[in-house]
Design a protein around this ligand. Structure first.
Ligand code: FAD
Length: 517
């Protein structure tokens, strides 16, 4: 065997760089399902099922192309359970002259592969991932030039370099960013009829995976009865098409909005297909831009959507690969509390958290504002150790892979990197959630109140956060105003806020009893 091409569960692209010069008469592909990938965090059922089903469909696609394949199934009786052990056994058995792969997305996996290949004495060659617009080297060069990293400058550089939404050397529409137009809520009347979402009924292969996951990971969080994610490239392309036609035009306007009982709104739901590489980021950006050029979607929506992919997605990848492994350990606010147990069940009286967690467990999905300003915000204000928040976010979402999840959690949402990724902590009272359409009307807590029995825990904990971090918040120009408002709070009210915050953290407030079975 000349080359063994190693394909990971999030590299399901027949055109990946690892396949350049692939010769079926001398080369073969290697893939392995291993339990460790589902247990190193307490992975949700939908996430496990998605990865396994997509991997098996990809294996079938490889075979139909005549690419020789060595595939280890989770239920092979002698499966060794870890990537390193399986790879070592494969290298001993197949004795390839070399191993080739596309750059992996995950630091832990990369370490395991590197050391296994070195131990076996097999040369390992790693190729750039063409799925992304930038390489980590380019990001590092960009970062070197600057004192602090900010999305905006990186995003502008990429727009120019790749000619995305550009006109005569400047940004289309005369401005780089339409963020200010992308913050509307649905108002009292609600979103009205929403476009139907793309649903992909599980085929036989997926049903078999679902049974396997149910049997093997019975104690894991989440559910499988709603599983309908795209698991093949064809399905992912259909989902992309459906998004562009039906949701993109209003994506921008309602990007930050919430509505009770409506998990999907105008979001694309393409993150999992992108992260598994069923879709290429370039084709997604191109499809959005061409919707603008043919007059189907307004610039405000198209720019907002492209900024998420060409901007944030590339930016967090650069942060991850230039900062690991130290990044995973950051805890600049010294937050040391345990994640409340109800994050795994949704048994809380706070309606917004209950909704977001139930939806997360049912589908493995929540949109960005729910992740940042409901689930992440509560953990930040409560003072949860960032590594526990990270383990939760990495476990429960179908799109969760560490390179994108970790900077979003540790950096953007918990501000645990001390401001490397975001210029200020994302903090707010319950009023923000109310304004953006959260289910406050049905909640027993009042977002206007910071003390007293009906006070919204977000509002109490927000003021408590300001008090605990007053001095550095006052020094940061982006949070100085928030800190200034604190000066108007009397000593006795401060005392009452602290008491209420303590009661919340003790679990005397907000925790709902588990339902009787
Ligand atoms: P849309 O709202 O339709 O956005 C379009 C696409 O833009 C997404 O599919 C995604 O690929 C990209 N995107 C949007 N926001 C971001 C962002 N902040 N960073 C990187 N890419 C972005 N995204 C993941 O893919 N995996 C994760 O594990 C993940 N964990 C997160 C954890 C926290 C605490 C937060 C605040 C955000 C996280 N995100 C993660 C980013 C974002 O919330 C999801 O990408 C998005 O909600 C996925 O839904 P969608 O496909 O409908 O996105």
């Amino acid at each position: 065997l000349r080359t063994l091409v190693l394909v990971l569960g999030d590299q399901l692209d027949l055109d990946a760089s690892a396949f350049d010069e692939f010769d079926p008469s001398q080369d073969a592909v290697w893939m392995a399902e291993v339990a460790q990938e589902s247990t190193h965090v307490w992975s949700g059922l939908a996430r496990i099922a998605l990865f396994l089903s997509a991997m098996r469909h990809f294996a079938a696609a490889l075979q139909s192309q005549g690419r020789p394949l060595h595939y280890r199934r989770l239920d092979d009786p002698d499966n060794r359970g870890t990537l390193a052990d399986e790879l070592q056994a494969a290298l001993e058995r197949l004795r390839p002259q070399q191993v080739t792969m596309t750059a992996p997305g995950d630091w832990r996996v990369w370490q395991a592969i590197k050391s296994t290949a070195a131990r076996a004495g097999v040369p390992l060659s790693v190729r750039d991932d063409r799925h992304f617009f930038t390489t980590v080297r380019e990001f590092a060069a960009h970062a070197k030039k600057r004192r602090s990293l900010r999305l905006e400058y990186f995003y502008r550089e990429l727009r120019q370099r790749h000619g995305v939404l550009m006109r005569e050397g400047g940004p289309e529409g005369g401005q780089w960013n339409f963020d200010a137009d992308n913050r509307q809520s649905f108002g009292a009347e609600g979103p009205g009829p929403l476009p139907a979402r793309s649903r992909f009924e599980p085929d036989e292969m997926t049903r078999e995976v679902i049974q396997l996951v149910q049997a093997r990971f019975a104690s894991h969080p989440g559910a499988l009865q709603h599983f309908d994610w795209p698991v093949t490239r064809e399905q992912a392309l259909q989902a992309l098409d459906q998004f562009i036609e039906q949701r993109l035009p209003l994506f921008g306007r309602y990007e930050d909005a919430m509505w009770p009982g409506e998990p999907w709104l105008y979001h694309s739901q393409l993150s999992a297909a992108l992260n598994l590489k069923l879709l290429n980021a370039r084709e997604v950006v191109q499809a959005a831009e061409s919707a603008y050029r043919r007059g189907h979607a307004p610039l405000q929506s198209v720019e907002g959507f492209i900024r998420q992919i060409l901007g944030w997605r590339e930016y967090v990848r650069g942060i991850y690969w230039t900062q690991m492994p130290a990044y995973a350990e950051h805890n600049s606010l010294n937050a040391e509390r345990d994640l409340p147990a109800w994050y795994w069940t949704g048994h809380t009286e706070m309606a917004c958290l209950r909704d977001a967690i139930h939806q997360t467990l049912a589908y493995g999905y929540a949109h960005h504002i729910q992740r940042l300003m409901v689930l992440g915000l509560f953990a930040l204000l409560y003072g949860v150790r960032p590594q526990q928040v990270h383990a939760w976010f990495l476990a429960v979402y179908v799109d969760a892979v560490e390179w994108v999840e970790l900077p979003n959690t540790v950096g953007m949402s918990q501000y645990a990197d001390g401001g490397l990724m975001a210029s200020k902590p994302y903090i707010a009272t319950g009023r923000y959630i109310q304004r953006m359409g959260g289910p406050c009307a049905t909640c027993r807590f009042d977002p206007e109140q910071r003390v007293g029995d009906g006070a919204c825990p977000y509002t109490t904990l927000y003021w408590d956060f300001l008090m605990r971090h007053e001095s550095w918040l006052a020094r940061n120009p982006r949070t100085a105003l928030q800190a200034k408002n604190l000066a108007r709070v009397s000593a006795s009210e401060r005392e009452a806020i602290t008491q209420r915050a303590t009661a919340i953290r003790r679990g005397d407030v907000g925790v709902a009893p588990a339902p009787k079975r």
